[in-house]
Design a binder for this molecule. Structure first.
Ligand code: XMP
Length: 514
């Protein structure tokens, strides 16, 4: 069944939780998409959504430049749920009153039910909800009824008499509202009347059909890196079109230890994909000679990769499509994700590739969030060590070898990094860690091993927790683990006599050192 038929639209008024609303909705088996708050009524009608959710937002509804939705959406007969700002906007639109309270209500609150309603089925007096607002509804509009209140919010949940428009002052999408998912589920299933057609299985079914229709008998080429996104893209397209998918794995020399063999073993031997291994290590190392500047390293990697990949694609011949692992967060025109984000590091960018090669893009993961990509990958039979892999930067170890990249320095880092992987990334105890890796610092220090004085390299450890890489904090790893990692690196990696732990957060530092 086509889950697009049960589309829920989320209009984004700039809340930091907008993506969370979407993820919770999808976890409940309902497909949804996020659009800017001012999406026009006609566009909405054309998409035939089963329901609309108005997100929260940082503004006050009474401000002159407060964001407003197309007022025509309220008379479409499509169920609407306003969350926080969404509730306040709806209240104001129908003639109620919203005012700034002297005190911001932030944190836990207990709600009391005023009127039984299917929207709050499963919720009882005293249940905890999460509040985060300054404005509050002082008077609800005519034609609306109160479903619940809290100590500070007399109108914590309301609806219109017809039961098509709902609003909550609290945030059902955050996990601090323990029964928030029940409330969202009630809205989706009992009010919007969905059946819940969205699942990893239904996604795979739809996506493979779409890929087949789009590709026909043509050839698709995919640059497989072994990262989560490119791996799932490859597995999905392979399921759809088999050998018409040609994968290319370029060993650029700055991969983690044994990465190349692992990728070949999984994708070629186990999943029987048409995968070509290109050993370009020497070419890359030659290009890195004498280069210390991180941005130059990135540019070299990007350019050389494109050149090599293009050459390979040409040898395949008659390629029409290029597969790419674009995800939903890259697609959303989200209000909360716009704004001045300075480019601090030029990310390894092969975005120019399809244009140069005159290829059509195929991006089958455009609808998915990262956690959904992992679930789809698992469903497609990819092993855990692929789907739960930590992010790894395109420029690889090149930006973790501070200064000159030589074969010898590369080997030192690969060995040290492999120990960190063993002890942290592969240890289920540290599943919550965002990234954990080693960095080779261009400094030698004195040590003593046995009776001998040594003068050798320093390895830094970077282990961070993060939600999205925009901010990060150093992980409070147990001392015992740090101790094991440091001892193993110093004992097992020739040329290293000291290990230090990076305790800086992002910002002001970054996750990578270069
Ligand atoms: P920073 O160091 O900016 O990293 O805090 C944020 C996230 O991005 C990754 N990163 C890169 N990924 N090409 C990539 O594909 C790059 O040039 C690059 N630089 C950083 C980094 O590993 C972290 O996950």
């Amino acid at each position: 069944m086509d889950y697009h038929k049960e589309l829920i639209l989320i209009l984004d008024f700039g809340s930091q939780y907008t993506q969370l609303i979407a993820r919770k909705t999808r976890e409940l088996g309902v497909y949804c998409e996020i659009y800017p708050f001012n999406m026009e009524r006609e566009k909405i009608i054309a998409m035939k959504p089963k329901g609309i959710i108005l997100s929260g937002g940082p503004k006050s509804v009474n401000e002159d430049d407060a964001p407003v939705c197309d007022k025509g959406i309220y008379n479409l007969g499509i169920p609407i749920l306003g969350i926080c700002y969404g509730l306040q906007l709806t209240t104001l639109f129908f003639g109620g009153k919203v005012e700034k309270s002297a005190k911001r209500e932030y944190g836990k609150a207990h709600i009391s039910i005023d009127k039984k309603d299917k929207f709050l089925e499963g919720i009882k007096d005293g249940d905890i909800v999460w509040m985060s607002h300054q404005d509050k509804v002082l008077k609800i509009p005519k034609g609306f009824v109160t479903l619940a209140h809290s100590d500070n919010s007399p109108y914590a949940a309301i609806r219109n008499e017809k039961g098509t428009i709902y609003g909550v002052q609290f945030h059902p999408e955050v996990h601090h509202t323990p029964k928030g998912k029940t409330i969202l589920k009630n809205f989706l299933y009992k009010i919007c009347g969905v059946k819940g057609l969205f699942s990893p299985k239904s996604f795979i079914e739809m996506a493979t059909k779409k890929i087949r229709d789009e590709v026909g008998d043509e050839i698709v080429v995919c640059a497989l890196s072994g990262g989560v996104d490119s791996s799932v893209v490859a597995a999905l397209i392979h399921k759809a079109i088999g050998d018409k998918l040609r994968c290319v794995f370029v060993n650029n020399g700055v991969l983690r230890k044994d990465e190349g063999q692992e990728v070949m073993e999984i994708f070629k031997d186990r999943l029987h994909m048409n995968l070509k291994y290109v050993d370009a290590e020497e070419k890359f190392l030659k290009a890195f000679r004498g280069v210390r500047d991180p941005e130059k390293k990135r540019k070299i990697i990007g350019r050389l990769f494109i050149k090599i990949f293009e050459e390979e694609a040409r040898t395949i011949g008659n390629v029409h499509f290029l597969a790419q692992g674009t995800l939903y967060p890259d697609v959303i025109e989200s209000v909360s994700h716009k704004g001045p984000s300075a480019v601090i590091k030029s990310h390894h960018n092969v975005g120019g590739l399809p244009k140069r090669m005159k290829l059509k893009l195929i991006e089958p993961l455009r609808e998915l969030f990262k956690d959904e990509v992992r679930i789809v990958g698992k469903e497609l039979g990819l092993p855990d060590n692929i789907v739960h892999r930590q992010p790894f930067p395109g420029p690889g170890l090149a930006i973790r070898i501070i200064g000159d990249i030589t074969k010898e320095r590369l080997q030192i880092l690969q060995e040290a990094d492999s120990i960190v992987r063993d002890e942290v990334e592969r240890n289920p105890k540290f599943k919550h860690i965002w990234q954990s890796f080693a960095i080779l610092i261009p400094v030698k220090t004195v040590g003593v091993m046995g009776d001998e004085r040594t003068y050798a390299n320093v390895i830094a450890l970077r282990i961070v927790e993060s939600e999205d890489a925009m901010t990060a904090d150093w992980a409070r790893i147990p001392y015992d683990t740090l101790d094991i990692v440091a001892r193993r690196i110093i004992n097992e990696v020739p040329g290293v006599n000291r290990v230090v732990y990076d305790i800086s957060s992002k910002p002001p530092s970054t996750i990578e050192w270069e």
